[in-house]
Design a protein around this ligand. Structure first.
Ligand code: NAP
Length: 327
């Protein structure tokens, strides 16, 4: 197993690839059957995953009409190995009929933390992220609540998801931030602009959607069908005919490197970020045993500085729209 990496100032150490658990309940079609999901998350631990990502709002509707609470699946799956894993969850977002509702009012956070502790079945949350910035609440206010929750022993460390540099700096002054969880992949490199501040403040970049929502594995094509409404790949720009055409040169290069290194394309795309900076921790999500194994195997694939620079040069020319981002 590759050397562990530090989650910023927290000092918590985890394997270089974590597991995004969202897909078991949310955003990638119908939720996985409960026992199957629990068994798969547990298998992931047995494979070497020790950093698990979930959120209060990762919920979906099971086939029988009941709710799939992702935090519950994670909590049950990891109950007997609790001491050996780092569990991260998030507050501050709810899904409304017109999209995301951001709410980081102190009283809402307090309610959320109690709910997450209960659903996870843990005494303390290792890493608690603000899921999205709430435009109505100052970062200092949120950070002060984090200070209180740490003092009360409800959370150990905190992070911010989809943060800006300014927000991070202001929040970090009040309560030290350990991790930023932003979108980062070969298809979404905008957050590289945060590298200097992450280095200065000793903050880890936990990369969400690191496989470009599966696209970079090369296992999908323009005829792949995703269920509208429950699978957000159905309206992602990379999964259009144009998206596949735009990425042709990249996929060809990934294929060559994969052959050279005896790896898969998806592994090369994760190794590209793992080898780029020691503080980047991708959290790819999968519900399939073989893929979980493949993804964690990326930590064993080595790319040189020159190979990373060459890939970056190719990516600089890639004009792929990023999901949810205006051009
Ligand atoms: N903070 C935030 O706002 C935010 C937003 C999005 C996601 N996240 C977190 O980040 C995690 C990962 O992001 P993500 O799930 O959106 O994107 P991702 O990890 O880039 O891609 C996941 C998709 O790729 C497929 N996949 C994974 N490994 C594969 C492989 N080896 N071969 C072929 N297909 C593969 C999965 O399908 P199968 O499951 O069928 O294998 C799934 O559809 C989430 O689980 C969640 O915890 C956070």
């Amino acid at each position: 197993m590759a050397d562990k990496r530090k989650i910023g100032k927290s000092g918590l150490k985890v394997n270089p690839v974590g597991l995004g658990c969202m897909g078991f309940s949310h955003a990638y079609g119908a939720p996985t059957e409960k026992n199957e999901a629990i068994s798969m998350i547990r298998k992931a631990y047995d494979m070497g995953y020790d950093f698990f990502d979930t959120a209060e709002c990762y919920i979906g509707m099971n086939a029988d009409g009941s709710t799939s609470y992702n935090e519950e699946l994670v909590g049950v799956a990891l109950r007997d190995v609790r001491k050996h894993v780092v569990i991260a969850t998030k507050f501050g977002v709810a899904h409304g009929s017109n999209g995301l509702i951001m709410d980081s009012k102190p009283e809402t956070i307090r309610k959320s933390v109690e709910g997450s502790l209960k659903r996870l079945g843990v005494e303390v949350i290792d890493l608690y992220y603000q899921h999205r910035i709430d435009p109505n609440i100052e970062p200092e206010t949120v950070a002060e609540v984090m200070n209180e929750l740490i003092k009360e022993g409800k959370i150990r460390y905190w992070g911010i998801s989809e943060t800006t540099e300014d927000y991070l700096r202001r929040a970090d002054k009040v309560c030290p931030v350990s991790a930023v969880q932003n979108r980062y992949s070969m298809l979404a490199r905008d957050n590289e602009k945060l590298f200097p501040v992450l280095e200065e403040l000793d903050v880890a970049l936990v990369a969400f959607s690191p496989l470009g929502n599966g696209f970079l594995t090369g296992k999908y094509n323009a005829s792949s069908k995703f269920e509208a409404g429950v699978d957000y790949r159905s309206h992602m720009p990379q999964y259009t005919e144009e998206g596949f055409m735009t990425a042709e040169s990249l996929m060809k290069r990934l294929d060559e490197l994969a052959t050279e290194k005896g790896a898969s394309k998806g592994q090369i795309s994760l190794a590209w970020m793992i080898c780029k900076k020691p503080y980047i921790i991708p959290i790819p999500g999968s519900r399939k045993e073989g893929r979980l194994r493949e993804n964690i195997g990326s930590a064993e694939v080595s790319l040189s500085e020159a190979e990373i620079a060459e890939l970056d040069e190719l990516l600089d020319k890639l004009d792929m729209p990023v999901y949810g981002q205006k051009k």
